[in-house]
Design a protein around this ligand. Structure first.
Ligand code: 1CP
Length: 356
């Protein structure tokens, strides 16, 4: 894409592999249960879904980790599963058991009962309003990241009816009934593209696509059932904001660090990596064609401060003083981490990262 203007935020600059004064940092699930102020607002809302659907509260919890830690980007507080809900599936979260989607989608008839398209301005209006509120609260100090699940990851929840350990139902469907599964994935691709473009229209300044369960797929089927749909979404995104500024796209495909080449071909700007990958090797492999985000093991945040410092330095040194690194965990922060541990992590990234 030519003639794009590049925003000056450190995070967006790094997403486009441009030089920055120091390595930007944000962490997946940075707003959440490890913060006492989040638990307070969540109990005020009554439950998690009501919190997502109340724009003033969703905006408040988005801002909480920014005030506390001074991250380089905010991420919209919502959930990937509001998309299947907008398509007509009943969604609920029970404490300790994770999400439940009802009825599960198992055959063509189930798919035909879903909405083939959604109108994000109506069906997900609370997300759009939260985005507008967050942008006005952030006053452009840092950028706002919008997101969606990948079609494959969303389909795992829709077909299994919730979280799963082995994804047995969707994997059987893939071999027994591929045409129905592909139909569902196509439908999700249209919905997700429209949803992300609506997020961009309402003010998000970067997009992350969560392909959390891409690693469940065998190598040759990863392309067919996940990556092709992600590429179609990326090709359909309007990657400039209302002021003509470029919007980077991050693809986080957990457990897929050995699939960097196909991931790069999706035309994303950034690949998110989990902790199973050597960040230095990954950098040499992508040769500056995309930026990399990650990739500390979230369990490091339970260790003494000296260990957090050492592990953070290791990651910064592995990547080296090159453009195109965004510091993050390799997956979401876990609910019982002490907030002070996160403060230590941010402090060390600030102290140890150099200009690229
Ligand atoms: O009890 C609570 O307060 C709810 C816990 C919670 C939170 C804080 C859930 C339930 N979702 C969220 C917020 C959330 N989810 C965000 C907010 C922004 C931020 O990062 O701060 C985001 C980006 C997500 C995305 C999400 N939801 C993903 C993809 C990212 C990932 O972690 O891999 C997935 C897979 C979900 C599904 C989901 N939402 C919640 C649960 C318990 C689950 C199931 C997870 C599983 O199957 O293991």
């Amino acid at each position: 894409m030519k003639n794009r203007l590049f925003p000056q935020h450190r995070f967006v600059q790094a997403c486009f592999s441009r030089p920055v004064d120091q390595t930007p940092i944000w962490i997946m699930r940075q707003a959440g249960r490890y913060l006492p102020e989040y638990r307070q607002v969540r109990s005020q809302a009554g439950n998690f879904l009501t919190l997502c659907k109340t724009p003033s509260l969703a905006a408040e919890v988005t801002l909480q980790p920014i005030r506390r830690f001074g991250f380089d980007a905010a991420i919209l507080f919502s959930d990937i599963l509001v998309v299947p809900e907008a398509m007509g599936i009943k969604l609920s979260f029970s404490d300790g058991e994770g999400p439940m989607l009802d009825p599960p989608i198992r055959c063509r008839k189930d798919i035909e009962h879903l909405k083939a398209t959604v109108n994000p301005d109506n069906d997900l209006d609370y997300v759009m309003e939260a985005i507008e509120r967050i942008r006005s609260l952030l006053q452009d100090q840092i950028p706002l990241i919008g997101f969606s699940g990948s079609p494959w990851t969303l389909a795992t929840y829709m077909v299994e009816g919730g979280s799963s350990k082995d994804f047995g139902t969707i994997r059987k469907m893939m071999y027994n009934n591929p045409s129905d599964l592909l139909l569902l994935l196509e439908q999700l691709t249209t919905v997700v593209t429209d949803y992300l473009n609506a997020q961009i229209r309402h003010g998000v300044q970067a997009i992350q696509i969560f392909d959390t369960w891409g690693s469940v797929l065998p190598f040759e089927l990863f392309q067919t059932y996940s990556l092709n749909f992600i590429s179609t979404i990326i090709a359909g995104l309007h990657r400039v904001d209302r002021n003509g500024l470029a919007i980077p796209v991050i693809v986080f495909s957990k457990g897929c660090g050995h699939r960097l080449k196909p991931l790069m071909e999706s035309d994303c700007d950034v690949i998110g990596l989990d902790w199973g990958v050597d960040l230095g090797k990954a950098r040499r492999q992508v040769k500056g064609r995309v930026a990399l985000q990650g990739n500390m093991d979230p369990a490091v945040l339970y260790a003494p401060q000296a260990v957090i410092r050492a592990e953070t330095k290791k990651i910064l040194h592995r990547f080296g003083p090159h453009p195109g690194h965004i510091f993050n965990l390799g997956h979401g922060i876990t609910p019982d981490v002490e907030p002070e541990q996160v403060a230590t992590l941010v402090k060390v990234v600030r102290e140890e990262s150099r200009a690229s």
